[in-house]
Design a binder for this molecule. Structure first.
Ligand code: TXA
Ligand code: MG
Length: 326
């Protein structure tokens, strides 16, 4: 079971922050309050920690995650802020507004947290506990709602304990959250500001600052609300051939687990997601390995990956990537 700290008690507050920072630095997960919902936090720069978020949530897909930052300085290292973004951040941060912005070069967020996108979703939570946590950690954390996939979002520490108690090391209990629904997500990565997810900050408040209406993304247009629903998003340029147990001439190999010697010899290039067959490790390497092989061959053969645990998400991405291009 997770240790639970009552953040209303000064001694427990201090111990809770110190313990949580240590857990995050060790690459494990902390449930923390925010003003919207309780979040399941991981060090955003640690690929294994990020992968374990998907494992614990049992998310069938790698949705990109929101990066939580302590303030504008941390944010501006990660993304390009134009005037619109700066105005919204000045007005509404800290608060229940997430901005999707173009990443700046050299950001240190794990690929998996961004699901291979060139944009990043940022928010500064308006709550003293994550504020203290981020200040002491000195780095951003990713934090989806602290519930299993498909369950209701948690607005109390008890919800978190009931749903995830066995899978998080520590829960910081600050009572019921103020907002209770997730942040509003606004996409400013293109010319037209889009409302990707209605949430804790009203549309009208945002539109008043922008001086124009927020467009709603057309679900069948090229900018879906959930980037993962766009098949081509995960498609490398090279052709993917799944469930490969032998190699054809000219193919690169995306391996998983032990690789037969003849396959290593024949492959144009090999990237092994996890020689030990560990799906969590495989998830952390997935987008990077596909990027590498994509530059080296026209066709990529992919060894079978089990459909269990994070394998479901990996196979989901691979099937999308292998689907006929339209
Ligand atoms: O209130 C909240 O925002 C809560 C609390 C814990 O802070 N967090 C939360 O995070 O809801 P998360 O990671 O579950 O939100 C993920 C959603 C994705 O499903 C996607 O819709 C959107 O944020 N998102 C993240 N990155 C994106 C990107 N680069 N482009 C478009 N949408 C993105
Ligand atoms: Mg959620």
């Amino acid at each position: 079971m997770a240790s639970i700290f009552n953040m209303a008690v000064p001694d427990q507050y201090r111990a809770g922050i110190a313990t949580a920072v240590g857990i995050l630095e060790a690459g494990r997960l902390v449930a923390m309050p925010t003003e919207t919902v309780y979040g399941l936090a991981a060090d955003a720069g640690n690929p294994l920690a990020v992968a374990s978020i998907y494992a614990v949530k049992r998310r069938p897909r790698f949705n990109p995650l929101i990066v939580h930052i302590a303030g504008s300085a941390m944010a501006e290292e990660l993304a390009y802020f134009d005037n619109r973004a700066r105005r919204l951040a000045d007005r509404f941060w800290p608060g229940p507004l997430t901005l999707v912005l173009n990443q700046s070069a050299g950001g240190s967020i794990a690929d998996l947290a961004l699901a291979g996108l060139s944009t990043v979703a940022l928010r500064q939570p308006d709550h003293p506990v994550p504020a203290a946590l981020l200040r002491h950690l000195g780095r951003p954390v990713v934090a989806p709602s602290a519930n299993r996939s498909g369950r209701l979002s948690p607005t109390t520490a008890a919800h978190v304990a009931r749903d995830l108690g066995d899978d998080v090391d520590c829960i910081l209990d600050a009572g019921p959250t103020d907002v209770g629904v997730e942040s509003t997500i606004v996409d400013l990565s293109g010319n037209t500001p889009l409302l990707l997810r209605p949430g804790g900050l009203a549309r009208a408040d945002i539109e008043a600052v922008l001086g124009r209406p927020l467009a709603t993304p057309d679900p069948v247009a090229t900018r879906p609300t959930a980037p993962g629903q766009l098949a081509s998003h995960y498609a490398p340029r090279a052709t993917l051939r799944l469930e490969a147990t032998t190699l054809q001439p000219g193919e690169a190999l995306l391996a998983f687990g032990p690789v037969p010697t003849d396959m290593i010899v024949q492959a144009v290039a090999v990237e092994n997601l996890s020689p030990a067959g560990d799906l969590v490790e495989a998830a952390t390497r997935f987008f990077g390995a596909l990027h590498t092989l994509d530059g080296l061959a026209e066709r990529i053969a992919v060894m079978p990956i089990p459909e269990t645990g994070l394998g479901e998400a990996l196979n989901d991405r691979l099937r999308r990537g292998a689907a006929p291009r339209g």
